[in-house]
Design a protein. Structure first.
Length: 125
């Protein structure tokens, strides 16, 4: 097994606009290859697995669109679960109290990298 846990380049900082489209990426988690996404909220970059805490399905209601119209909440398109963009906690809907799986990001020098862990890794090719 590869023990390299070096940060992985995700995007340029400018690609994450406040309350705008997410930047998608792929990760290996729990033996599966899954989609993840990064967004910007209140000036900071945040990333999560693209899996609702209620039912494990992708959340975006259109490709790379997770924010509601106000740009304040992340929404699951299937059952309307509402998540805080900065914590991933479900604040309303069928999974209230649960949370999204967070992926740590490092933003420096105009670039955003994601940090692999033992549970979240780059997809092996």
């Amino acid at each position: 097994m590869d023990n390299d846990l070096s940060p992985v380049y995700l995007c340029d900082s400018a690609d994450l606009q406040e309350g705008g489209l997410a930047v998608p990426f792929d990760v290996a988690h729990g033996g599966e290859n899954l989609r993840a996404f990064a967004v910007r909220f209140e000036g900071r970059a945040h990333a999560y697995l693209n899996r609702c805490a209620h039912v494990p399905m992708e959340m975006d209601w259109q490709p790379n669109r997770f924010f509601d119209d106000s740009g304040q909440w992340l929404l699951c398109a299937t059952h309307g679960a509402t998540y805080a963009p900065d914590t991933g906690h479900c604040v309303a809907g069928p999974c209230s109290g649960a949370q999204l799986v967070r992926i740590e990001l490092i933003e420096a020098a105009g670039q955003v990298h994601w940090q692999p862990t033992g549970a979240l890794r780059p997809i092996a090719f």
